[in-house]
Design a protein. Structure first.
Length: 204
């Protein structure tokens, strides 16, 4: 009462993998909704891979999906109208491997974020995704790794960093065990960072 009215930001998640991060982010939005403090809703899942796990997660949670096609997507502006018509205000990349075209970045300035499974600026850039990241880190004998949540700009894994969290790597770790540690960090922090981001927007 008397405070600033809390508004809910309409979010699309872009993913093409298993969708475990999407699942956690959706869970968190429902949790907040039940508490009456939801400041974001996941209204669309955008995917480029028929059969991807993230589509099942969308179906399970009754969330609309949009299957995108490569040539169309890289034309740049192909899906912007659809996103805008749907009222999407913010984009969360979670396991989305295609480079986001400049037109889409311009249509959503500072409103697209990504999660990368390493401590950027190390182990980022073109070709550094999924198990390749963890293999490179283990091969280099690194003693720690982590996650980076950042704004998306025109370069791969390059925009302003919002949040990082670290984990230790021990002598027994393999790319697979490191991937597990990283996933745990992602699941813990990505929903929380998104929630806090919108909390800040709401208090402006
Ligand atoms: C995550 O490790 C994320 O960092 C990377 O892709 C993976 C997606 O996993 N960009 P999931 O689809 O969320 O399970």
């Amino acid at each position: 009462m008397g405070g600033k009215k809390q508004t809910s930001v309409s979010v699309a998640i872009f993913g093409s993998g298993a969708g475990s991060n999407a699942e956690k982010i959706i869970e968190q939005s429902f949790l907040l909704m039940n508490k009456g403090i939801a400041n974001y809703t996941i209204d669309l899942i955008v995917c480029n891979k028929p059969g991807a796990g993230v589509l099942n997660i969308a179906a399970k949670n009754d969330i609309e999906t949009l299957l995108i096609e490569k040539e169309e997507f890289f034309r740049g502006d192909a899906y912007i109208d659809h996103l805008k018509e749907k009222g999407i205000e913010f984009i969360v990349l979670a396991g989305f491997l295609w480079k986001v075209p400049v037109q889409l970045i311009k249509a959503y300035p500072n409103k697209i974020i990504n999660i990368h499974p390493a401590l950027l600026p190390k182990y980022g850039g073109k070709g550094m995704y999924g198990s390749k990241v963890h293999e490179a880190i283990i091969a280099a004998g690194e003693k720690e790794s982590g996650i980076t949540i950042h704004f998306v700009d025109e370069l791969y894994d390059h925009g302003n960093i919002i949040f990082q969290a670290k984990c230790n790597i021990n002598a027994q770790d393999t790319p697979e065990s490191l991937a597990e540690k990283i996933h745990l960090l992602e699941h813990k922090h990505y929903p929380e960072v998104i929630q806090n981001l919108f909390k800040m927007q709401n208090s402006r």
